[in-house]
Design a protein around this ligand. Structure first.
Ligand SMILES: O=C(O)CCC(=O)C(=O)O
Length: 284
């Protein structure tokens, strides 16, 4: 879409509605909700409202900047294949993609993880902020540091370009392996600032604003990523991924992002998770 054209994307009626309401001083964030509840994609609605604010000569910030994926993404994987968007939804704002990593890249990450060794996965304790084992998360995992290998560096830079978000704001990739019966029960990735332990994790880099789960090896049966509040389940192919924004456009934790890794029924599922923060991230 060329600059200045988002406002006309859905015809004259919407165009006039946007200008009329902004000129009357209506709050752009409540207009945003109506637009996305109608025909608008979230990123187009933001752009159209910003264009509208320019036109009514009242440009002002009204929402937070968040990672966002271009439509279509202008990013290629390690085999030179463009990343493909298969499906996009709102509430939560989630995008399912194909070909984020090539087969070789998937295999390279798995081999490197096995060299390092995997341990039982943990969750963040609400009070202490320490990582603890919990029945709700039974996978094994390994964390990588930023740019730990040339392959990891390349993948992080690709994910940063794909989501239009600085690579410095990404946490290190985390590889998770689930055997039959293993799962990650419904949870949120955003930190609940009511909890002392969670506050410790947001002090320097802020909230986790987006998550991308990349499938390196889907399980033949079971092991989908499920959004139980919406009854939606996704199970991308090898190299595919699901991205979702953890906060609303107002920067509040988005409760519709509750998600789970459903139990694997057969085979082994291996994914990497990439979390992105509001500000630059340094591992504590
Ligand atoms: O394994 C999955 O499908 C989801 C992983 C997940 O929920 C997470 O890492 O936060």
């Amino acid at each position: 879409m060329s600059k200045g054209k988002a406002i006309s994307l859905h015809g004259d009626q919407w165009h006039e509605w946007i200008l009329k309401n902004l000129a009357r001083g209506v709050n752009p964030s409540s207009m945003f909700d109506q637009m996305v509840g109608g025909v608008w994609r979230r990123d187009d609605a933001c752009e159209a409202l910003n264009e509208g604010l320019q036109r009514v000569e009242s440009p002002r910030p009204w929402g937070v900047e968040l990672p966002r994926i271009d439509h279509p993404p202008r990013v290629e994987n390690g085999a030179g294949k463009p990343v493909d968007v298969l499906c996009e939804m709102e509430d939560p704002h989630a995008i399912v993609m194909d070909g984020v990593l090539s087969e070789e890249e998937c295999q390279g990450l798995i081999s490197y993880a096995y060299e390092k060794g995997l341990n039982r996965s943990g969750v963040v304790d609400r009070e202490s902020g320490e990582r603890i084992s919990h029945d709700s998360r039974t996978s094994s995992s390994v964390m990588f540091s930023r740019a730990e290998t040339a392959l990891i560096d390349r993948i992080e830079n690709r994910l940063a370009a794909l989501t239009n978000w600085p690579v410095e704001r990404g946490e290190g990739l985390q590889l998770l392996q689930y055997e039959p019966g293993q799962e990650y029960r419904p949870h949120y990735d955003w930190f609940d600032l009511e909890n002392h332990g969670a506050r410790k994790h947001t002090r320097s880099a802020g909230q986790r604003v987006a998550t991308t789960v990349i499938y390196l090896q889907p399980a033949p049966i079971g092991g989908a990523t499920r959004f139980p509040k919406r009854g939606i389940e996704v199970n991308p192919k090898k190299g595919g991924a699901v991205f979702f924004a953890n906060t609303t456009i107002r920067g509040e934790p988005d409760r519709s992002t509750m998600h789970a890794g459903t139990p694997v029924e057969e085979g082994t599922k291996i994914v990497v998770t990439y979390w992105q923060r509001e500000r630059d991230f340094q591992r504590q």
